[in-house]
Design a binder for this molecule. Structure first.
Ligand code: AKB
Length: 315
């Protein structure tokens, strides 16, 4: 039986991952943790919730012991744009938090840890189209540097201590429940809220900026599929995954099909340089081969679903 600790349950992914995990593994078996951001009611009302800062080693160890945890989703992270504003704090939370989770996991016989990496692990020297799983990793953001270090730690703990850490390089995640915070791909979520509420949006990236993205239902499936993947088939700890790739201009055109009066202007800021250092599209064939990764949503089906879901909610 899985006893799961979700660190960072209030975030864009965590807030929907906890309900998905509770549905599959039972409400009492999924312990949601938060720090500063309040947890959504649906999480507080359906199962155990605790305060936890992953930087606090003792509190982390206590949580693993008290709740008899054997599986951890470590979702807490400072994203790319915020990281550039406070690089030392980003390093502390992203790396020291991860090392604490790995060390506690090793001491308390945790048998699986899922920790997402990101397309931010790539950099300007990486091939930008159909980026392979194994390639040049020379990121230029502190977030990306922390992801590369984390990927190497995942491989290291697996080899040295047999700790079963698994990771996927997430692209931008598009979701309708919780807004992302502090990322470069956040525009692809904000654009829907602004289009529905105000019929216009000022985009912080150029119109022709193409980035890899994934819709939340595919992201949740990705988390659970990698958790459950048969270890004998996995030939590495870290996998490329993707759902779709589009430019800012292309998503705006797709939204206009539903909201014809929608207008967009482009005012690139410091996040443009970050976006320009990341791949345009991702080769995720190894994830498909080794654990049957198979996303469902493309730009057309994702836009339709986002517009329907958010229009209902925001009205
Ligand atoms: C960000 O934009 O920083 C994140 C990511 C791609 O990891 N969404």
């Amino acid at each position: 039986m899985r006893r799961i600790l979700v660190i960072g349950a209030a975030g864009q992914i965590g807030s929907e991952l906890v309900p998905a995990l509770r549905k599959k593994y039972g409400n009492e078996n999924v312990i949601a943790t938060g720090r500063k951001t309040p947890l959504p009611d649906v999480i507080k009302e359906t199962g155990p919730v605790i305060y936890l800062d992953a930087i606090d080693k003792e509190r982390l160890a206590q949580a693993l012991f008290e709740y008899d945890i054997n599986t951890i989703f470590h979702m807490a992270s400072i994203l790319s744009a915020t990281g550039e504003k406070m690089p030392q704090i980003a390093w502390d939370i992203n790396i020291n938090g991860l090392i604490n989770v790995l060390e506690a996991g090793r001491s308390y016989n945790v048998d699986r840890i899922i920790w997402p990496s990101s397309i931010a692990a790539f950099g300007p020297t990486t091939p930008r189209d159909n980026t392979p799983n194994t390639t040049i990793l020379q990121p230029t953001t502190i977030y990306g540097i922390s992801k590369v270090a984390g990927e190497l730690l995942a491989e290291y703990y697996y080899k040295k201590y047999k700790l079963d850490v698994r990771s996927m390089r997430l692209p931008g995640i598009i979701s309708s429940e919780t807004l992302p915070g502090g990322g470069t791909t956040d525009y692809a979520v904000e654009i829907f809220y602004e289009a529905i509420k105000h019929k216009n949006y000022t985009c912080f990236l150029r119109e022709d900026t193409i980035l890899p993205m994934m819709y939340q239902p595919d992201c949740l499936k990705c988390m659970i599929d990698l958790l459950e993947a048969d270890n004998s088939r996995l030939k590495r700890r870290v996998y490329n995954v993707t759902g779709m790739s589009f430019s800012a201009g292309e998503i705006a055109s797709e939204i206009k099909k539903y909201i014809p009066e929608f207008s967009i202007e482009y005012k690139p800021d410091f996040r443009q340089e970050i976006a320009d250092s990341w791949p345009r599209s991702i080769d995720d064939s190894l994830a498909r081969q080794e654990w049957d990764w198979n996303p469902s949503y493309d730009l057309i089906s994702m836009t339709k679903d986002m517009i329907q879901t958010l229009s209902k909610r925001l009205k």
